[in-house]
Design a protein around this ligand. Structure first.
Ligand SMILES: [Zn+2]
Length: 132
């Protein structure tokens, strides 16, 4: 049984949609500024489930257009949206503890509790530093 109420999930879903729309707008204006209007147009049309396939194809092309960071963020939002109704959504990937609803509303793509995220970032930062 999930610790998230219907109301929590609705708030998280809303947060996901807001972040998705914001990200798509930011990508659109970046593409328009760089003259890649064909991608910007497809992104403008891509809303709702029916456009997901077109969006996926476009994202594949855009990642070649140096927007990898945004594309990854958008894919993380999509993954969170697909997982939102799973019974284990909102549980920490590492320790299995419940991630508070308030944290998920602020950061719907969070897959770890605060403690494990801190630990992960610390470990990851150490690794990436060492590899440079
Ligand atoms: Zn944890």
């Amino acid at each position: 049984m999930s610790h998230l109420t219907q109301k929590d999930r609705a708030a998280i879903r809303q947060a996901l949609e807001d972040q998705r729309n914001k990200l798509i707008k930011a990508m659109q204006s970046a593409l328009e500024q760089s003259g890649q209007t064909q991608f910007a147009e497809v992104l403008g049309r891509a809303s709702g489930d029916s456009a997901d396939e077109a969006l996926a194809i476009t994202l594949g092309d855009i990642s070649a257009a140096r927007l990898e960071h945004e594309v990854r963020a958008l894919q993380a939002l999509e993954n969170a949206r697909l997982r939102l109704d799973d019974k284990d959504f909102g549980l920490c990937d590492d320790c299995g503890e419940k991630i508070p609803a308030a944290r998920l509303v602020v950061n719907p793509v969070a897959t770890r509790c605060v403690a494990c995220q801190d630990h992960f970032e610390h470990t990851y930062a150490g690794q990436s530093h060492a590899s440079i």
